[in-house]
Design a protein around this ligand. Structure first.
Ligand code: NAD
Length: 251
């Protein structure tokens, strides 16, 4: 009997797969036996991952990358919509152009990649889509209005798409990470007045008192993407150090 974590024989596409959560996910998938392509603005990824340069904000680029991944991997069973960008500020801070840019990448990027992958997923025996959402979709985080709105859209999209595809056996789920120790957070801290104090504040925001690791998010994505989660669709799995689920006093 194969182990429930086994992904051998499956082909996966991970957007934003060249860094952080995406790279950890692609690496874990490969370690569990999957063939994996990383769709990213940056095509450099370690062996045995296949790097494909594409921009999720550009439909033609996404369609070409998805079809190339399917051709080179021998089909597509799993799509992880993980590419995303951030923004800080209240609704008074971000100009309309920034709202449009974030929606292009964080929301329409998910739509475009899933849409382009569907003909391939329909030929799979174990088709699954996992979206990287955020605790920002469910919790009111200060100074994250625009980013939170895009992730709220991804959560709604996850559930609605799951409903549309359930009869075809295609599962759609998302993960809601808290603050994850990736290059993204490194860039955020680099712009802070006091990076050490800012990091301590981010750690204290999570009841576990530490940042989530990319590998912990990857493990949740791998579970939702694999046959072991065959009865799970339209759901969000929090990987947030207890942020959304617990009501604890701040540390
Ligand atoms: P990261 O910056 O380390 O990696 C993001 C990757 O996405 C990069 O390789 C980047 O090149 C790629 N990318 C960005 N725009 C793209 C585009 N238009 N087309 C293709 N690729 C593109 O970030 P991360 O922390 O690993 O974040 C990954 C996802 O996780 C994002 O969707 C983010 O919103 C989500 N997330 C992150 C955190 C966190 O604290 N780091 C928390 C919750 C959710």
């Amino acid at each position: 009997m194969t182990h429930p974590d086994d992904l051998s024989g499956l082909s996966a596409l991970v957007t934003g797969g060249a860094s952080g959560i995406g790279l950890a996910t692609a690496t874990l998938f490969a370690a569990r036996g999957a063939r994996v392509a990383c769709l990213d603005l940056v095509p450099e990824v370690p062996e045995p991952l296949l790097g494909i340069r594409a921009d999720v904000a550009d439909d033609a680029s996404v369609r070409a990358a998805v079809d190339r991944a399917a051709a080179e991997l021998g089909g597509l069973d799993i799509v992880v919509n993980n590419a995303g960008i951030g923004a800080q500020g209240t609704i008074e801070d971000n100009p309309d152009d920034e709202w449009r840019r974030l929606y292009e990448v964080n929301v329409l990027g998910v739509v475009r990649t899933t849409r382009a992958a569907l003909p391939h997923l329909r030929r799979s025996a174990h088709p699954a889509v996992v979206n990287t959402c955020s605790v920002a979709a469910t919790d009111g985080l200060p100074a994250r209005a625009l980013y939170s709105a895009t992730k709220g859209a991804v959560l709604a999209l996850t559930r609605a798409t799951a409903a549309d595809l359930v009869a075809e056996g295609i599962r759609v789920n998302c993960v809601n990470p808290g603050t994850v120790d990736t290059p993204w957070v490194g860039r955020l801290l680099a712009t802070a007045e006091d990076p050490a104090a800012e990091r301590a504040a981010l750690e204290a925001r999570q009841p576990t008192g530490r940042l989530v690791t990319p590998e912990e998010v990857a493990a949740a994505i791998a579970y939702l993407a694999g046959p072991a989660a065959g009865a799970t669709t339209g759901t969000a799995l929090a990987v947030d150090g207890g942020m959304a689920g617990l009501r604890t006093r701040p540390r």
